[in-house]
Write a protein that binds this ligand. Structure first.
Ligand code: CP
Length: 315
């Protein structure tokens, strides 16, 4: 195998982590490492995607993912167009496929899509031929978040195999949890999901994870804990009696943290509900790598865009 073959992805789209081979994950993580080095330089721009136009289609709100994709595209010298469902002809009843086909008619080469419907990127991939990157679909998957979380853990610990990782909170509605579980399991980590029984899916153990309802016990077990946001916007029934009770049982503050017999690393994909899953004294502490995750999001998304873009251009 020559160097080009070694660094070529097997996939043409990034739709999910579940079906992404481990070899592709390793290529993506290695490539992101190179881009992170470039991002430390005064001149952060490379000409890799100079002739490529990327459309960022956000049908759902976003701060981190949207801005980091746009920055990643600019740093790769791609042209970018941004689309928000609000203010578009989606509000007049245009379908997803018509919207995308009309954008592609303007000679766009790659699509980044966030959508509230599970499977929207998979659906599109059956009808269009340009690379599609899933930037989060409903409660299904958020592959680039899974990749940047793994990258941040690798940066912190130097390895993933054998690492004990807790994923805490609203597992039921979390695409971040699903992408993290698939990815970290493929890389050999041990995972415990922890939260109120109503927010843990019934068959989650079939994904090969441990299940716990006890926060402090889980924190004593793990090396790193990824706290997830309670997704009130996806909850049409009450899964917890009150946010105050949730915070008391499953939220972390510095007092609980200091009572642990070990030092652990805290992650959060954002946005944080401060005072619910994490108090400010822990979220802003040296124990949290939350802003490192955000920083790494740009390098990771550069890697995804670059590798899929190169593969597409070479065909
Ligand atoms: N982590 C994440 O997806 O954040 P945004 O919703 O702000 O993009």
């Amino acid at each position: 195998m020559n160097n080009t073959e070694k660094s070529t992805l097997t996939v043409n789209n990034l739709l999910d982590i579940r079906t992404l081979p481990l070899s592709d994950i390793q290529i993506l993580l290695e490539t992101a490492k190179s881009f992170k080095e470039i991002l430390q330089r005064p001149n952060k721009k490379v000409p890799a995607l100079r002739d490529v136009c990327v459309a960022n289609l956000f049908f759902e709100n976003s701060t981190r993912t949207r801005i980091s994709f746009e920055l990643a595209e600019k740093r790769l010298s791609a042209d970018t167009v941004n689309f928000s469902a609000s203010g578009s002809s989606v509000k007049k009843g245009e379908t997803l496929l018509d919207t995308v086909n009309n954008i592609l008619a303007m000679k766009v080469d790659m699509i980044v899509i966030r959508h509230e419907q599970n499977g929207a990127p998979h659906f599109l991939s059956q009808y269009i031929s340009v690379p599609i990157i899933n930037a989060g679909d409903g409660t299904h998957e958020h592959p680039t978040q899974g990749l940047l979380d793994a990258f941040s853990l690798l940066e912190k610990f130097g390895y993933i195999k054998g690492l004990k990782i807790a994923i805490i909170g609203d597992i039921l509605h979390s695409r971040v949890a699903r992408s993290n579980i698939y990815l970290l399991k493929k890389m050999g980590a041990e995972i415990t999901v922890c939260g109120p029984p109503t927010l843990i899916p019934n068959h989650i153990h079939e994904m090969g994870v441990n299940v716990s309802y006890q926060l402090m016990e889980t924190l004593e077990w793990c090396d790193a804990a990824n706290f997830l946001r309670i997704q009130l916007e996806r909850q049409n029934i009450k899964y917890v009696p009150s946010l105050r009770e949730y915070s008391y049982l499953y939220g972390l503050d510095i007092k609980k943290f200091k009572s642990l017999k070990k030092n652990i690393t805290i992650l959060h994909p954002g946005p944080i509900n401060r005072g619910v899953e994490l108090s400010s004294d822990i979220a802003d502490s040296e124990h949290a790598i939350i802003l490192n995750q955000v920083e790494n999001g740009v390098a990771m998304r550069m890697a995804v865009l670059y590798l899929l873009g190169q593969k597409y251009k070479s065909h």
